[in-house]
Design a protein. Structure first.
Length: 186
């Protein structure tokens, strides 16, 4: 059986004061929600602007650090040899002074050459350029020595017989291997 609608339950039959109060309360709640959302949007915009500013500053700082590092590397490459070249100037001066003597005796030339060689070796050592001059009979090291030939010798096979040209290390890296002859197997 279908019942007729209750006239008291329909909005048309509610009291006008209750409807107005409900609408006013809804409007106030809506206004409060809108104000809260507006405040939240304003706060988020401010945070976004702050984060964007921080990002741009960090990006600029990283770019500046990259440029400074590139400049430092460029200067290091450009002037890396400066200290080494400066220590070789004394060697060049000694050679020029020796060549400037017109009436030098053999002993004077030899003495000057030895002094100049000593200066050169000192300059090389200061810059970690060390000689590779294996002693006769020492084991052949393919990392530091280059065998020019194998010769029969009265010593153990694969040992250095003679050094034909000294080699050099620079900071534990082979600049030039020592050229050696090696004892052949018997």
């Amino acid at each position: 059986m279908i019942q007729p609608p209750n006239p008291a339950a329909t909005p048309e039959h509610t009291s006008p004061l209750n409807a107005e109060e409900a609408l006013a309360a809804a409007a106030v709640a809506e206004a409060d929600a809108l104000a809260a959302l507006t405040n939240e949007v304003t706060e988020l915009k401010a945070k976004n602007a702050d984060l964007a500013d921080q990002f741009l500053r960090a990006k600029a700082e990283a770019e500046n650090a990259r440029r400074r590092a590139e400049d430092d590397i460029s200067k290091a490459r450009k002037f890396a040899v400066e200290s080494f070249a400066e220590s070789l100037l004394a060697v060049a001066d000694s050679l020029e002074a020796g060549l400037g003597i017109q009436e030098a005796t053999r002993e004077q030339l030899r003495e000057g050459s030895e002094a100049t060689l000593k200066q050169l070796k000192s300059a090389l050592e200061r810059h970690k350029v060390l000689e590779i001059a294996p002693a006769s009979g020492s084991k052949f090291d393919p990392h530091q020595h280059q065998a020019i030939s194998m010769v029969p010798a009265e010593q153990e096979a694969n040992t250095v017989v003679a050094v034909l040209q000294k080699g050099y290390l620079i900071a534990d890296r082979v600049l030039r291997p020592a050229l050696v002859t090696v004892a052949a197997p018997k």
